[in-house]
Design a protein around this ligand. Sequence first.
Ligand SMILES: [Zn+2]
Length: 170
Amino acid sequence: MKRTIAGLLLVFGCGAASAQHAPHEHGVAELRVAVAGNTMQIEFESPLDNLVGFEHAPRTDAERQSLAAAGAALKSVERVVSVPAAAGCAVVSTQLEQPFAEHEGRGHDDGHAEMAVTHVLQCAKPAALDRLEIRLFALYPRLRQIRAERASPRGQTASTLTAEQRMLDL
Ligand SMILES: [Zn+2]
């Protein structure tokens, strides 16, 4: 299990947490999906602005609530993507990186901030993993585009997803 995950991360060079990033672009987020054996890893990383409309530390209760709501949404894999039921997947781990939390800040000195989540799922029938529907566009209208990368037994590709084109072939 551990080896599988390390292998998945290697596919993309490194995990979202440690990646060196070019300045992010508002309206655009990144999604990385890797399928290997029975394991599927889904990483989503977005400028905070796409999710809550600001990137500064929350100043009001309303801002604190939007931040908490965005974190709760990303932590629920069903709200991020729709996974084919036939694949029989179950979440085995979820890691949220939330800015302005006590221990894990992703706020930057340049006034930008990001939120990221990694879900790891175990699937009874990975052969049934044909495509994922991205659900975040409906939730976050400020999110215009997702740059997606996928690695699966069928190969490795990059694609651009939008509200109109929200299916990611696996
Ligand atoms: Zn920003």
